[in-house]
Design a protein around this ligand. Sequence first.
Ligand SMILES: [Zn+2]
Length: 169
Amino acid sequence: MTVSLTELSEADAEHLRRCIELAAEALEAGDEPFGSVLVDPSGTAVFEDRNRVSGGDRTRHPEFEIARWAVANMTPEDRARSTVYTSGEHCPMCAAAHAWVGLGPIIYATGTEQTRSWYDDWGIESGPVSPLPIRQVGPGIEVRGPVEELAAEVRGLHARMLGISDELS
Ligand SMILES: [Zn+2]
């Protein structure tokens, strides 16, 4: 269900803004505009990454890196109490990784269904993976998003990647 920034804490909003900055950095570097931040139980951002698929490895999603980093660096108890922020809802691969490593809640700026509808508007075909929402892949994961005020900015990044002049952005 769509939430408003006012329903989130100041810290949540700040982490989501950082995710969008990372997404913009990814786009500048020739990757896809996605960025994510892992916040530990004390509220500290301990790891962040951005999409890195331009080298040809299409699994180089930031949420997948976060899952691996969390296993290598955190106890199961801390993982369960950590939050993952991300500019775009986890894809099924990353949602599965998140569930398998037992990370805590996910807060995302824009949703898979939302992004898919933009791509439909632009006449862009789906990729090889079904655009399932996190809830269908990891039903135990607590999820919040999309955040209505952040949609236009993220949509603008996707339009830029595709070389589309988007009247909404
Ligand atoms: Zn992914």
